[in-house]
Design a protein. Structure first.
Length: 386
């Protein structure tokens, strides 16, 4: 016979655990949202450290200590980023000289589209709403007292206009300093966190062995092999995801550059990689990839055929890459089912915005890889898997 007191205590304990779990989930979501700048910095730095770890190991095989090898790798990465930024800056300088031409062409396109929409609206209105009323008769001319004598035209004087009251509106001047100050104040936190990324990457690489040993000390001795496999599995997944996306973006950039150069698209050397890597953004990559070549072609050509060629070529490259190359380069390591991937994009996009869309898949895949290697969490891995 079941003791009713024991049954009620179990029910209350279960309710208490459910309530504590709900509160913990709410607190975690609030922490992810309000600490997004800090957490995004940590996630990006960790992904870069996992990505650069094989290069550090390579230099360590050349008899360099880990600290020096990490410094060499980080310095090389910063130099490459500097030269890439310098190339983009030079291209943007050339584009800035043609900004008036872009502005005039964009205004022309907007006016043309507005005129066509007005004409279409008028034609639809005339077809749906035919004229049912006769034209309005002219208004009678007002007659005033004291008519003019015969033989002379009567002079009609309009009524005096009411006096206009002057309204003085005092406008507060906005100085350029205030505008710059507000912009810097809003982006100060992001710039501050971004400045820590090189240092975090260096310390994560140079202190990797120390961090790994302290991480394993968090588990019981019998669970440490599984925890070590989880650490390695997350690192392998991050490297496979980032390298696979980079190779896919590189292939798309080269193919786009060949197509854009064939039609003499202005600044194709800059537009092609931007379009190629924008194509990798989940779900909205295709329309984003079409924008750079179409905008670059605005001042150069007015023929609709060139815009049709650009949009069709970008769409074909995007579909081929996602259906043929993506499963082999990226999908083999991720193993997320479509529902989980979509929900992850929605969840992280709401919490972290654009960075959430970019980091949603690797974060979710990392959680799945962690669950794969821990026996107690494998049911959750099967839930997330494909």
């Amino acid at each position: 016979m079941v003791d009713p007191l024991t049954s009620s205590e179990r029910t209350s304990d279960k309710s208490l655990r459910v309530g504590v779990g709900i509160l913990a989930v709410g607190a975690a979501v609030a922490l992810l949202y309000f600490g997004r700048t800090f957490l995004i910095t940590i996630v990006i730095s960790s992904m870069i450290a996992f990505l650069l770890e094989p290069m550090v190991v390579f230099f360590m095989k050349l008899r360099l200590p880990r600290g020096l090898a990490s410094f060499v790798v980080c310095s090389t990465g910063l130099v490459l980023i500097y030269f890439a930024g310098l190339g983009i800056y030079l291209q943007l300088q050339e584009i800035s000289g043609e900004l008036p031409a872009y502005g005039a062409r964009i205004n022309e396109v907007i006016e043309s589209v507005a005129t066509r929409m007005e004409n279409l609206e008028d034609s639809v209105y005339k077809a749906v709403m035919p004229k049912r009323f006769s034209p309005a008769l002219p208004e009678p001319v007002p007659e005033y007292d004291n008519p003019a004598p015969r033989g002379k035209k009567k002079k009609i004087e309009p009524p005096p206009a009411p006096p206009v009251q002057e309204v003085h509106v005092q406008q507060e001047p906005i100085s350029a300093f205030s505008y710059v100050y507000n912009y810097i104040r809003e982006s100060y936190a992001a710039l501050l966190m971004a400045s820590f990324v090189p240092f975090l990457v260096y310390f994560l690489l140079s202190w990797r062995d120390h961090l790994r040993s302290r991480y394993l000390m968090l588990f019981e001795p019998e669970s440490r092999p599984a925890a070590a496999q989880a650490w390695s599995g997350v690192g392998d997944m991050v490297r496979a995801y980032v390298v696979g996306n980079f190779l896919l973006g590189l292939v798309l950039s080269i193919a786009s550059a060949l197509l854009f150069a064939a039609v003499s698209l202005p600044y194709w050397l800059l537009v092609a990689p931007i379009s190629g890597f924008l194509s990798l953004v989940p779900y909205i990559g295709l329309p984003l990839a079409m924008i750079p070549p179409v905008v670059a072609a605005l001042p150069a050509s007015k023929e609709p055929a060139i815009y049709l060629f650009l949009t069709v070529s970008v769409a074909v490259l995007h579909l081929l890459a996602l259906n043929l190359l993506y499963p082999k380069l990226v999908g083999a390591r991720v193993h997320l089912n479509p529902i989980v991937a979509t929900v992850a994009l929605m969840f992280w996009g709401v919490l972290w915005g654009a960075f959430g869309l970019l980091l949603a898949i690797p974060i979710t895949a990392g959680v799945k890889s962690l669950c794969d290697h821990l026996p107690s969490l494998r049911p959750y891995a099967r839930l997330l898997g494909d």
